[in-house]
Ligand binder design. Structure first.
Ligand code: NAP
Length: 290
């Protein structure tokens, strides 16, 4: 193995340390803590874990977290009360209008019967600290001020932390989801990279990857990207997270030709929460300066 490992835990810790110090200062100056509302719908165990992790990080940073779990009551084993899209939109609208809430995170994915896009769009743009609304998406696409989707924003921060130059570089983004693949490509394009998107209908994935100076894996398919496809000296960022702590890249063989590589876990994962908290603090600061 010759690649240098991109230490996402260390980069995230630096960001969180700064967020913690500035949160203490904010609290002292304004007499209240920045507040992130986390909304969880349904009973997916992984989503419960992710929300709990986010709430723990909030507490460590000195932030308030407001937890909204829906539905609040499950009546009997047979009759599970399901929340409707309209009820969820109403809950999120209430948080959007609540002056004591600075940021709102709706844990993704929501159950299949919910219109996720409608729920996301109920988040006020100024509180969209997870960067999931069309407003934030447009801001990223137009390279305007706004919140970044957290994982894409975290990936850019990692590349910057390791001085990876982006202008003129051939970047392949594998995956095109609205919260990860598409926005990370837009952020890279805004930094003058030449971006190619690959997805499930791409016919020659290996050839695209072989040509890339930077590979961003955002699929959710264990070790889909083979080490033998990685160009000598490429930078490999693996956002994938699959059962058993396995990424989307075949790590052991990719680490040979790569110059820099993110591990799974400990690469992209920690950055997502760090950016979430950083953006929550930014939202709180924007609220008090209005
Ligand atoms: P997603 O919504 O399921 O999107 C997956 C994308 O991969 C789609 O665009 C899909 O193409 C593409 N794809 C599927 N099979 C492919 C193949 N064989 N070749 C090329 N592309 C293929 O997933 P997501 O939410 O973006 O998440 C992707 C991964 O990132 C998951 O492992 C997830 O756990 C992880 N993730 C990590 C973090 C973090 O904090 N580290 C945050 C979010 C997500 P189509 O569009 O054609 O279907």
């Amino acid at each position: 193995m010759s690649a240098r490992i991109i230490d996402g835990r260390a980069v995230a810790a630096k960001i969180l340390d700064k967020v913690g110090r500035e949160t203490a200062q904010f609290t002292q100056e304004h007499g209240r803590r920045p507040c992130l509302a986390t909304v969880l719908v349904g009973d997916d165990p992984a989503s419960h874990t992710y929300v709990q992790m986010k709430r723990n990080r909030c507490a460590e940073a000195g932030m308030e977290s407001r937890y909204v779990e829906l539905p609040r009551e499950i009546t009997t084993a047979e009759l599970v009360s399901e929340i409707t899209t309209a009820e969820l939109v109403s809950e999120i609208t209430t948080l959007s209008e609540d002056p004591t809430v600075d940021g709102i995170l709706l844990q993704h994915p929501v159950p299949a019967h919910i219109d996720e896009r409608a729920a996301f769009e109920a988040i006020a743009p100024g509180k969209d600290v997870d960067g999931v609304t069309m407003h934030s998406f447009a801001a990223m696409a137009f390279n305007e001020n706004g919140f970044h989707s957290c994982t894409p924003g975290g990936i850019l921060r990692l590349l910057d932390a390791y001085d990876v130059s982006l202008a003129g570089k051939d970047v392949v983004v594998v995956g095109r989801s609205p919260i990860l693949g598409k926005p990370v490509g837009m952020l890279l394009l805004a930094r003058d990279a030449t971006v190619t998107y690959c997805h499930s209908r791409t016919s020659n994935l290996a050839d695209h990857v072989r040509n890339a100076d930077i590979v961003i894996a955002a699929v959710g398919h264990p070790e889909l990207i083979r080490g033998e496809w990685i160009k000598e000296g490429a930078v490999v960022v693996d956002a994938g997270y699959n059962p058993g702590n396995v990424g989307d890249v075949e790590y052991s063989s990719a680490a040979g030709p790569a110059r820099l590589i993110t591990p799974v876990p400990g690469g992209v994962g920690p950055m997502t929460i760090a950016v979430l908290l950083e953006q929550t603090l930014a939202a709180a600061k924007a609220t008090v300066s209005r």
